[in-house]
Design a protein around this ligand. Structure first.
Ligand SMILES: CC(C)(COP(=O)(O)OP(=O)(O)OC[C@H]1O[C@@H](n2cnc3c(N)ncnc32)[C@H](O)[C@@H]1OP(=O)(O)O)[C@@H](O)C(=O)NCCC(=O)NCCS
Length: 146
């Protein structure tokens, strides 16, 4: 990929299922079915953003709209963000964050939030650098295996 190629941040929709499959395999690893991705992306409460340049995918961000129970407001949960390890510290992650924040503002979201931890090296610094506030330092991630 040309070093100075312009980077575009784009939200993928149902028509981008094949490209989404390629992007997910490249950046998140593992595989996804194109048919499943088409219906996943048709749901506008799912946000899949990519950073592209010259036909390459340099970064990806997955987020979900969460409706509030007390009123009609909603927040956006930033579930995953990943930049190609060869392309980090070039502003790509910041571009993806700007992308989801712009969408959130345009749609009327209350906030964009997420969780991270020490195993994600540099992630706290990244979120602070991109304008987030740290609102909890001691949260524990848990899961019920089913
Ligand atoms: C976190 C991640 C998305 C950042 O993407 P990126 O494209 O490298 O980020 P940017 O270039 O936009 O960085 C913006 C600023 O964030 C801060 N930052 C980013 N990565 C950092 C790191 N590893 N250590 C310290 N600060 C960092 C810096 O202030 C940086 O500005 P600078 O390069 O001018 O100093 C990327 O490192 C990544 O994919 N990591 C692996 C996956 C991951 O940890 N995801 C987060 C899970 S919660």
């Amino acid at each position: 990929m040309p070093e100075n190629a312009e980077i575009t941040i784009r939200r993928l929709g149902a028509g981008d299922a094949s490209f989404a499959r390629f992007a997910i395999e490249e950046l998140f690893g593992g595989s996804a079915e194109t048919e499943h991705l088409a219906s996943f992306l048709e749901d506008r409460s799912h946000y899949l953003l990519v950073a592209e340049s010259a036909g390459f995918v340099n970064g990806i961000l997955l987020a979900y709209r969460l409706a509030r129970i007390k009123d009609e407001g909603f927040k956006i949960f930033l579930y995953e963000i990943e930049v190609d390890s060869r392309r980090r510290r070039k502003g790509i992650g910041s571009g993806l964050i700007s992308g989801i924040l712009s969408i959130g503002k345009a749609e009327g979201a209350r906030s964009v939030f997420g969780m991270t931890g020490p195993s994600y090296q540099g992630a706290k610094e990244f979120y602070l650098a991109t304008g987030a506030e740290i609102v909890g330092e001691e949260e524990i991630l848990f899961e019920f295996k089913l």
